[in-house]
Design a protein around this ligand. Structure first.
Ligand SMILES: Nc1ncnc2c1ncn2[C@@H]1O[C@H](COP(=O)(O)OP(=O)(O)OP(=O)(O)O)[C@@H](O)[C@H]1O
Ligand SMILES: [Mg+2]
Length: 306
């Protein structure tokens, strides 16, 4: 008999979600997240990220397919599965009459944990909420409320933490604090899954990434491997006058006003592109040739699926 390794932290098997209004939010989504991973779930607005997390958290019921947390079937053993999970939802929901500490004690009570104040204090300190412990939830700013949601997801020390856009509306300094704290949890063995639209953040933090588009996984790989999938490099420049010639449009990855980012295959291709610009009488400045970022890869994958 062979000894099988531990079940993955999360396992999605052919998950499909069709909402009552016939919106197909997820189609045949299958993938696993290994224990101890730092996993990014990326995708444009409406791709199905929050729907997948809602199905995982038991807030929505998959139309078909199965979801396992540490090998526990969510459909059959909801509470045992949830006990392994700390989910930070995208939407902020809270009881306005409770203070921050009461909210966290209440949540501890839900999990049957009494005398949890040492851990609660540690979480509050790490999320810079200590001085807000006795403040009513309704009196907190949006970024503070989001941090309380993170705290709430952690009170029962779940081995798997899922964060749906945890840094939306959180200021830069606290973002760093939040990531340091999540990083420490990860180092102590917690599996972390996160969604974000901040691709630089995802590139820096995630070891493995899945890209979801229109309810389907279109790419899943180690972050490094995803970056290497992109052949060549990217040319960034500002068009001082004139517009991008149609001849170069096929390789355009993105543009913000006059700033354009183009894919280049090799040195000869870069020279060719600059030549086309010169021939068309277009002056450029701030010219750089660099390695693609996750954002470049993401946009290239998103465009290639169109
Ligand atoms: N309760 C609902 N009823 C009907 N359709 C829904 C519901 N919730 C989400 N949808 C639809 O399902 C699709 C996926 O939405 P979802 O919120 O999962 O996307 P997302 O990837 O989380 O997007 P975002 O990046 O904007 O948060 C969208 O088309 C959305 O309009
Ligand atoms: Mg969402």
């Amino acid at each position: 008999m062979t000894i099988t390794s531990a079940e993955p932290a999360l396992s999605f098997e052919a998950v499909e979600k069709i909402y009552a209004n016939a919106t197909v939010a997820l189609r045949n989504v299958s993938f696993a997240v290994e224990r101890g991973d730092f996993f990014g779930l990326l995708g444009p607005n409406g791709a199905g990220k929050s729907t997948l997390i809602a199905c995982l958290a038991g807030l929505a019921k998959p139309t078909s397919g199965r979801i396992f947390v540490h090998g526990i079937d969510c459909a059959h053993e909801r509470r045992r599965a949830s006990a392994c999970l700390g989910v930070v939802p995208q939407e902020i929901v809270f009881d306005p009459f409770l203070t921050v500490r009461e909210t966290l004690r209440f949540q501890s009570g839900y999990w049957g944990i009494r005398r949890n104040d040492d851990w609660i204090d540690e979480i509050l300190a790490n999320l810079d909420l200590t001085d807000k412990a006795d403040t009513n939830m309704r009196a907190l700013s949006g970024g503070m409320k989001r941090r309380v949601l993170v705290a709430q997801a952690l009170v029962h020390r779940p081995p798997v933490v899922v964060l749906d856009e945890p840094t939306a509306g959180v200021d830069v300094a606290l973002r760093e604090n939040l990531w340091r704290f999540i990083g420490r949890l990860h180092q102590s063995g917690t599996t972390v899954v996160l969604t974000t639209h901040d691709l630089a953040e995802a590139q820096r933090l995630c070891r493995r990434i899945a890209i979801l588009k229109k309810g389907e996984i279109v790419a899943i790989d180690q972050t490094e491997a995803l970056l290497q999938r992109f052949e060549g490099s990217v040319l960034r420049c500002r068009l001082v006058q004139g517009d991008l010639p149609p001849e170069l449009a096929a390789d355009l990855i993105r543009r913000h006003g006059a700033d354009v980012v183009m894919r280049v295959r090799n040195a000869a291709d870069a020279a060719h592109k600059l030549d086309v610009l010169r021939r068309c009488g277009i002056a450029v400045e701030n010219l750089t040739l660099s390695q693609p970022s996750l954002e470049d890869v993401f946009l290239t994958i998103a465009q290639s699926e169109e």
